[in-house]
Design a protein around this ligand. Structure first.
Ligand code: HEM
Length: 512
């Protein structure tokens, strides 16, 4: 039975409830007012007109002087937080990873382009955790690191051979090296030439995806109702391109899955990542349910691995042309430690500290993904007294973190010595360029080892110098980069020649 209340008590309760609600509402409103500092947004477009399309990371870096290391922006109605320091990245993305590990929802990629099982872009959910678990054994266990090194060493030998034969095409050889290392390890498939059918279908799918995701088309991520526009309407070109790309992505997924199935049937290379995964799912009776995810798993890895890795290796070559002293020093170390009658292997890595500094500096200097991959918050949060709303897109400015003059003095100069000797405790850029928290790059060990194998073997056997023009004058590369998701160096020329007859013999002889 509900006890009857006196009129005064009822009034008091009513006033209490109203005041409480009002207080909560006020609290809520003032919380939203307490957003981190940032440039004042324009109506409707928010801060979009103020962000430079070219190198937005440098625009955000400029804003740090005015607004600090966490900057709040609006892109249309989407709240965005730019993280401009390692400290803030660690405090938010690492320490509060339970609520900073989502990804912003992308209608374009997840619905229109067919990447709905790409675990690099899906939200933080069970599927994501499953895919990250699939990574663990083949990419982190002790035995797997040796297997990775084996595959990469073989691929590095092919890279050396190609450089010996056609040094002018060094960019294409480096691309083949990165692509084949991944396809060999994941599918058990070697890429012998640029005409490889699997390389072709995957690269076409990625190219079509990238051109469909040009800034105009990305509008649909901010204004999702645009996805309903019929593809035949004038102005709906983004939708027609997306439909075409989706077909190619599906075809690439189907063909590469069939490739993995064939490896199982033929009983060859079936210890590779995808055949192993299929066999395991089949044994567990989960294959039917997991097949669409497994199909996209390999493509996701290829997309995340190849362009990033080849970019770092190309930047290494560029840096060696522009900073010959660093190259000479690395060669001297290799000669002293390894000698000239064999090639370096991962077992030598610990004995080559200067090469390790060159590797760190290459990662820092190139910072392959200047703004990383955006995270998103899954809850409201409070940081340094500011409110960070649920659903905020988080942009970690990895470029600024790795070019921060307070951490890395004279950041635009390639100087491996900043990590040498007494500076050995300097912040390792590999703790920055692979991202943070629960979404940190799961391919980072594979990438690190891939870059090391290429660097060590090239340095041991080749001289890299400035190319000369027809008059015999040296051509100095501009050393500039193109703006984009990946920090590609602009095309450049250089001269790559084998160091000696002995080096050439090593390359030709070392076909294990
Ligand atoms: C130099 C090479 C590479 C760089 C610089 C790089 C960098 C990154 C970065 C910055 C992220 C986002 C991390 C975050 O959200 O905080 C990422 C994610 C990812 N990377 Fe890499 N990566 C490289 C190579 C690789 C390789 C070799 C693989 C696979 C073998 C790979 C697989 C992935 C995947 C699957 C994700 C998405 C993870 C997730 O969303 O949970 N990456 N990478």
């Amino acid at each position: 039975m509900i006890p009857s209340l006196g009129i005064e008590t009822a009034l008091a309760v009513a006033v209490f409830v109203i005041l409480t609600c009002f207080g909560l509402l006020r609290g809520q409103l003032s919380r939203w007012r307490d957003l981190p500092p940032g440039p004042p947004p324009f109506p409707i477009l928010g801060d979009i007109p103020q962000i430079t399309l070219e190198f937005p990371e440098k625009c955000f870096a400029q804003w740090r002087k005015k607004y600090g290391d966490v900057i709040f922006l609006k892109m249309f109605n989407t709240p965005v937080l730019v993280i401009n320091s390692i400290t803030a990245a660690r405090e938010l993305l690492d320490k509060r990873s339970a609520i900073y590990s989502d990804r912003p929802y992308s209608v374009l990629n997840l619905e229109l382009l067919g990447w709905e099982h790409d675990f690099g872009i899906i939200p933080y959910n069970e599927e994501l955790c499953r895919h990250r678990r699939w990574m663990y054994q083949p990419f982190f266990s002790k035995t797997s690191l040796a297997a990775i090194a084996d595959v990469q060493r073989n691929e590095a030998m092919t890279l050396l051979m190609a450089l010996l034969r056609e040094p002018i095409k060094f960019e294409s050889h480096i691309h083949r090296y990165a692509a084949s290392s991944l396809l060999q390890y994941v599918y058990g498939h070697r890429v012998e030439s640029d005409d490889d059918e699997y390389l072709h279908i995957i690269e076409t799918a990625l190219d079509e995806t990238m051109s469909s995701a040009a800034p105009g088309a990305a509008l649909v991520d901010f204004l999702p109702f645009l996805k309903h526009i019929p593809a035949w309407l004038p102005g709906a070109g983004f939708k027609r391109r997306a439909l075409k790309a989706k077909k190619t992505v599906r075809e690439a997924a189907r063909r590469t899955y069939a490739l993995a199935m064939n490896k199982i049937k033929e009983d060859c290379m079936n210890e590779a990542v995808l055949p192993s995964l299929i066999k395991k799912a089949s044994a567990n009776g989960t294959l039917e349910a997991e097949q669409p995810e497994i199909m996209m798993f390999g493509l996701t890895l290829y997309g995340a691995a190849t362009d990033t890795t080849q970019t770092v290796i190309r930047v290494f070559v560029l840096a060696m042309v522009l900073y010959p002293d660093a190259f000479t020093k690395a060669q001297e170390e290799l000669d002293r430690v390894i000698g000239c009658d064999r090639l370096p292997t991962v077992e030598d890595r610990h004995a080559l500290p200067y090469l390790e500094c060159v590797l760190k500096e290459t990662f820092r200097f190139s910072c392959p993904g200047p703004l990383g991959v955006p995270h998103a918050t899954s809850e409201n949060d409070e940081y340094r007294g500011y409110c960070i709303p649920k659903g905020t897109t988080i942009l970690p400015n990895l470029w600024l973190m790795s070019h921060d003059a307070e951490v890395y003095p004279d950041p635009e100069t390639f100087r491996p010595e900043r990590f040498d000797g007494v500076h050995a405790n300097q912040e390792d850029p590999r703790n920055i360029v692979f991202g943070f928290g629960r979404r940190i790059c799961p391919g980072r060990r594979f990438a690190d080892s891939s870059v090391w194998q290429a660097m060590a073997n090239i340095t041991a056997t080749f001289d890299i110098r400035k190319a000369r023009d027809v008059r015999g004058d040296e051509i100095t590369p501009a050393g500039t980069f193109a703006s984009g998701l990946i920090n590609h160096p602009h095309k450049f020329q250089c001269s790559i020649t084998h160091r000696s007859g002995q080096a050439a013999a090593l390359i030709l002889g070392d076909r294990r």
